[in-house]
Design a protein around this ligand. Structure first.
Ligand SMILES: Cc1cc2nc3c(=O)[nH]c(=O)nc-3n(C[C@H](O)[C@H](O)[C@H](O)COP(=O)(O)OP(=O)(O)OC[C@H]3O[C@@H](n4cnc5c(N)ncnc54)[C@H](O)[C@@H]3O)c2cc1C
Length: 402
């Protein structure tokens, strides 16, 4: 019997278990391409964009050129990658900034996905190829000021009038709203308007439609490099062909949210990795009491705990990605990933901030930017509390929402 001695392994502090080695060569290529793009194009500028509160609209074309918009959808100019590849791209985009990943998530998962899944052939042909190229920007209007975690109580209505629908109401906190060329808007139809009426329906509303306007939400201190807006509908008349024919219930918007949350559970790992990496480098070079602060046991414990949570989060993301690719994913799996990975990513960013001391509160380092961004990520696409209740219901069979 021969014994094989273990080969010495070179440990990478950013991926101790070499988890990325499990990705396919295509997935690794996507990782490297997105990482290279963010290093060249985003990282040198992002602190400035964040400080000024802008998202340069021309990035849409560059993201389209890279094939990242609607990348996990098939046909109509979309790349048709695996769900895992989409997750990896989200991770690398969010390692640069959550605002950048939000742009790609909203475009692909919240605006293109409903048109792809529930749209008419004309709607698909009209919008998807342009949106995949980044020539048309989309947004997704579900939340209202009075209806956030419980969007089914929405007040925005769509009234049938001859061959048209007339939209009235408003949406709040809508990513990309003020820069969008097209909005996918969810509204309750009038119960007296015939078959399927009274249900929540999706409408594809181009910017510039009479009665549709937007107003940006200013003075945010989170996700500053991302446009967040109100959508206002006042006697806004759209043809019946603007309705998404394939769904007539809250299943429509909720299925879109499940797609976008899936990207978030990967993306949060990118933000956390960037903070861990910054803290690790800083700790090795910052000297106090005549020693690098990395030599102190308390600092090492912080770094080790960050690394452990990052690797566990990656294992979770990869497992959920493989379920998605196998077609066996359930919304509860996505809740597991979103709840755990965003919560732990935020904890990692906060701990990294302490290692950087006073330097950690400036935009010279990425840490406080990521930390502030993740406060939004914790809330949107289902708050931590909502995902906890979804999982609580899955475990006990008892809904505790109301
Ligand atoms: C930067 C940003 C971008 C966004 N982009 C979009 C977008 O593109 N499109 C869109 O439609 N929406 C968007 N949103 C809205 C987002 O989805 C909502 O903010 C989110 O659903 C929470 O709603 P709310 O803010 O009204 O909080 P609320 O629902 O009022 O919740 C407040 C608190 O109460 C808790 N809570 C509520 N219900 C329960 C319950 N049953 N049990 C226990 N706790 C509960 C919540 O967890 C939370 O802690 C965005 C939000 C932000 C901040």
């Amino acid at each position: 019997m021969s014994t094989t001695l273990p080969r010495p392994t070179k440990l990478d502090p950013l991926d101790m278990l070499d988890l990325d080695a499990d990705f396919t060569s295509d997935e690794r290529l996507i990782r490297d391409t997105v990482r290279d793009f963010t290093r060249r194009r985003i990282l040198p500028n992002i602190a400035d964009w964040f400080e000024r509160g802008v998202f340069p609209k021309e990035l849409a074309l560059e993201l389209g050129e890279l094939g990242l918009l609607g990348m996990h959808l098939d046909g109509y100019g979309c790349a048709g990658t695996s769900g895992t590849a989409y997750g990896i791209a989200c991770r690398e985009l969010e390692a640069a900034d959550s605002g950048l990943r939000s742009f790609v998530s909203v475009q692909g998962s919240l605006a293109m996905f409903p048109i792809h899944a529930y749209g008419s052939e004309e709607q698909k042909r009209e919008w998807l190829p342009r949106m995949a190229r980044g020539e048309a920007i989309g947004c997704f209007g579900l939340t209202e000021y009075d209806h956030g975690s419980d969007p089914s109580g929405m007040r925005t209505v769509a009234r049938r009038d001859g061959g048209d629908y007339v939209l009235d109401g408003s949406k709040a906190w809508i990513t990309n709203g003020g820069v969008a060329d097209v909005a996918v808007v969810w509204a309750r139809t009038n119960p007296d308007d015939g078959p399927k009426s009274g249900a929540v329906r999706g409408f594809v509303v181009p910017a510039g439609t009479k009665g549709f306007s937007t107003k940006n939400i200013e003075r945010k201190i989170s996700l500053r490099a991302s446009v967040t807006s109100e959508l206002l509908f006042e006697n806004c008349r759209v043809p019946a062909s603007a309705i998404l024919p394939g769904v007539a219930s809250m299943r429509g918007p909720l299925s879109c949210l499940s797609e976008a949350r899936y990207g978030i559970l990967w993306g949060a790992l990118g933000a956390a990795r960037a903070c861990y990496e910054a803290a690790l480098e800083y700790a090795k070079t910052r000297v106090q009491f005549d020693k690098p602060i990395a030599s102190f046991q308390l600092t090492q414990q912080k770094l080790v705990d960050m690394m452990l949570e990052l690797q566990k989060g990656q294992l979770l993301a990869t497992a959920i990605g493989r379920l998605k690719d196998a077609g066996t994913i359930a919304p509860q799996h996505v809740s597991m990933g979103k709840l755990n990975n965003v919560r732990e990513a935020l904890a990692i960013c906060r701990e990294a901030r302490t290692i950087l001391g006073a330097s950690g509160i400036t935009l010279e380092y990425p840490v406080i930017r990521h930390m502030n961004n993740l406060e939004s990520v914790l809330t949107y696409e289902g708050t931590s509390e909502v995902h906890t209740l979804i999982l609580g219901q899955a475990l006990t069979g008892i809904g505790a929402f109301s």
